[in-house]
Design a protein around this ligand. Structure first.
Ligand code: IMP
Ligand code: MG
Length: 180
């Protein structure tokens, strides 16, 4: 464990287990889908998307979208910026599954879902590695949740603080959270 991390909240082993479980659910729910497209939300959901996609034994297409709300802060700014949109000409023929690292206020995913509906997708569901339901500010429930976590700022496995700690293989609570 690196010195900046006070406590591991979700270990590598737990992450593998929850990926196995969610991949099975997705495989079952989408077995009759004509075209399933996973949307990896950059940058945070890259590791989770990579783990999930190799466990789902269905033909899958992959897309990337990029949004930001945090920056160098541990609380969301409330303003969501769309930096990379989805460009396809088969939106009404495909079922989209948005893969996110964590749901906090719920603003990012509820905005994205609304945005994708407006673009005319056939269907859209959401999948998140972590969920902090106690922080919700808008009425939003993800379709697939890896693990519910308490209201701590967490890093690792894609999650960053000011671009640091994304590459850790586990999710942990940094020291500074306890020093405040
Ligand atoms: P929401 O829009 O408030 O639901 O925030 C979701 C986004 O905020 C996620 O995509 C993360 O990028 C970021 N976020 C929320 N909680 C954390 C955290 O504990 N650590 C790192 N990033 C977080
Ligand atoms: Mg994010």
């Amino acid at each position: 464990m690196i010195k900046d991390i006070e406590k591991i909240l979700v270990s590598e082993e737990q992450i593998n287990e929850l990926c196995d479980r969610i991949a099975k659910q997705i495989e079952n729910d989408y077995k009759d889908a004509k075209k399933l497209v996973l949307i990896c939300i950059l940058k945070g959901s890259l590791p989770f998307t990579a783990e999930l996609m190799k466990r789902i034994s269905l033909p899958i297409e992959l897309e990337f979208m990029k949004v930001s709300s945090y920056g160098a802060s541990t609380t969301s700014s409330g303003v969501i910026n769309l930096h990379l949109d989805l460009h396809r000409d088969d939106l009404s023929d495909a079922d989209f599954l948005v893969v996110e690292d964590i749901v906090d206020s719920g603003r990012t995913l509820s905005m994205l879902v609304e945005h994708l509906h407006k673009k005319g997708v056939r269907s859209v569901k959401t999948c998140t590695l972590l969920d902090k339901p106690s922080r919700r500010e808008v009425d939003f429930t993800p379709d697939y949740v890896g693990k519910e976590v308490p209201d701590y700022f967490v890093v690792g496995y894609g999650l960053d603080f000011d671009e640091k700690y994304r590459t850790l293989p586990y999710v942990g609570i940094p020291n500074f959270v306890f020093e405040k």
